[in-house]
Design a binder for this molecule. Structure first.
Ligand code: NAP
Length: 499
């Protein structure tokens, strides 16, 4: 029972119930959710984490040079600012440390169950609860499930004939094998996306030969990175409002960049101009310049930030291979032009399985309907968070909440705030569960996909943002401020309440 003020100050007794929440994953989303629950005085939750440490993608991506291309003062929680970021764009160890610090500060350790992988979650309609089964066969029940498994957690491997016969070492950049010394080796890197452009400049000086297998080039623009001075850090520490102002200025600058993602926009041309200039500055060979220049609008695939990618490519021991991979042999990779590229090590930097959100978990909602059934034509959700037929199930960084221009942490905080309001509504003992109305979900997605048509993501190029049918399932279609506006109040009318 809890007491609150009634009309004219009289105390009224308001019955409440304790809502048990299961959060899946202790990455940025899961930790942010858990910390906010603690900040709101809610302790009836558990975090189920398949790894043995917090950090999600920032625990897993330990490749050399791994870091974030969103400035750290914005790539952190608004409720947990950090005054002493060492540089504008922090590297993986510092981001991972920040996450561990958040877990420590909010006393999250007792709430996290490590080495606990969820295999299935099934909604028990009669009881109004979720039955979660781990890969070890244990059952955990919860009133509410919040999935924080993200979009980029399962590495994608290319299907290459003969790969099993390859005699050297091979690994994915998101599962970097630290036991492999690349010094003096012939190294083949497959892919040239956001991860490859970070580790290639790090490993290029030490390997004998580096062959980058490029399927399509990316737009790469300079990164305005530098260390923060001691004076700046002291100011940030002394005057927290300066940190807030700095964060806000970064936010506004990045928010403006959304304009570059509108088809044929002036800003998109500016990015292309900056990208072309980078190529001209660092690459002298006209043929290589052509190979590295994309033939699609900037932003269609993620715009990459780097100051050392083109200088690395210009090194005499680095080669960009554009002929498609035909097969692998014991000695290396054979391309369709018949050339053999000897390799001691193959590094797959081929991205992630992004289409099957929540996979390999099997999620079953009302009437035995599974997420696979509902999402057979591409994932979608109400505000990226809830799915009709899956009551009391909420997602963080779900469908259509990825960005090309701003901080995912901002989006996560909008979602966390929204879910907190849902949890609050579920404290009412008369409400057993809430299920988003299909009509509300459809209206939201109709508007989103209509909006999407004006963006470069709907343009010709292929990317991990859209499925085989061309539907953009991963990205938010507008300014993040618009998302914030829509998410600031939880609208109970959009939900069917079952008591
Ligand atoms: P990615 O950007 O999706 O790049 C994958 C690369 O592999 C692309 O060059 C792709 O070519 C190539 N590729 C995929 N399958 C292939 C195949 N079968 N044969 C040959 N090439 C193949 O993956 P990523 O670099 O891991 O980055 C994924 C996402 O992670 C990013 O977009 C970003 O959101 C996030 N990330 C962020 C940061 C950061 O700084 N915040 C850093 C790293 C990653 P095509 O382009 O032709 O498909």
């Amino acid at each position: 029972m809890s007491l609150s003020q009634g009309p004219r100050g009289s105390a009224i007794v308001k019955p409440t119930r304790t809502v048990k929440i299961a959060i899946l994953g202790a990455g940025m989303g899961g930790l942010g959710m858990a910390a906010q629950l603690r900040r709101h005085g809610i302790d009836s939750f558990v975090v189920l984490e398949k790894g043995s440490e917090v950090g999600g993608t920032w625990r897993d991506n330990i490749y050399p040079g791994s870091g974030c291309d969103v400035p750290s003062h914005l790539y952190s929680f608004s409720f947990e600012p950090k005054a002493d970021w060492s540089r504008k764009f922090a590297l993986q160890p510092e981001i991972h440390d920040y996450m561990k610090q958040v877990a420590r500060k909010y006393g999250l350790a007792p709430f996290i169950r490590f080495n606990t992988e969820v295999a299935e979650a099934t909604f028990d309609e009669a009881e109004g609860i979720w039955r979660i089964r781990t890969t070890e066969g244990e059952e955990i029940t919860a009133n509410v499930v919040v999935s924080g498994t993200g979009q980029l957690n399962r590495p994608a491997y290319p299907k290459i004939e003969g790969l099993d016969a390859f005699a050297g070492k091979k690994f994915h950049s998101a599962r970097w094998d630290t036991s492999v010394d690349l010094t003096g080796k012939n190294v083949a890197v497959i892919g040239n996306g956001a991860s490859a452009i970070q580790f290639v400049p790090e490993i290029a000086p030490k390997v004998k030969k580096l062959s980058i297998f490029q399927r399509s080039p990316n737009w790469v623009v300079p990164k305005a990175d530098r260390p923060y001075t001691e004076r700046e850090k002291a100011l940030f520490k002394r005057f927290p409002w300066i940190v807030r102002l700095h964060r806000y200025m970064i936010y506004l600058t990045l928010e403006r960049n959304y304009l570059a993602f509108i088809k044929d926009s002036f800003f998109s041309k500016l990015f292309e101009k900056a990208g072309r200039k980078e190529i001209e500055t660092h690459i002298s060979d006209p043929e290589l310049r052509e190979v590295l220049t994309p033939d699609y609008p900037a932003g269609c695939k993620r715009i990459l930030l780097s100051n050392d990618w083109y200088p690395a490519i210009a090194r005499p021991n680095v080669e960009v291979v554009t002929s498609h991979i035909a097969r692998a042999t014991a000695e290396g990779i054979v391309t369709e032009d018949g050339k053999t590229h000897p390799a001691d090590v193959i590094i797959f930097s081929t991205g992630f399985e992004t289409m099957e959100f929540l996979a390999p978990m099997k999620v079953t909602g009302r009437s035995g309907v599974t997420l696979n059934d509902v999402w057979k034509d591409g994932a979608e959700a109400h505000r990226g968070v809830a799915i009709a037929g899956f009551p009391n199930f909420f997602m963080l960084y779900g469908p259509n909440t990825n960005l090309g221009h701003n901080s995912i942490i901002f989006m996560l905080e909008c979602q966390i705030n929204y879910i907190l309001q849902a949890v609050d509504a579920l404290k009412n003992p008369k409400v057993r569960y809430m299920d988003v109305r299909k009509a509300a979900e459809d209206a939201f997605n109709r508007e989103l996909q209509h909006d999407m048509q004006k963006t470069v993501w709907a343009a010709g190029c292929s990317s991990w943002y859209k499925n085989a049918a061309g539907k953009v399932t991963n990205n938010w279609s507008s300014f993040t401020a618009r998302y914030w506006w829509q998410m600031r109040h939880f609208d109970l009318d959009e939900y069917q309440l079952v008591g």
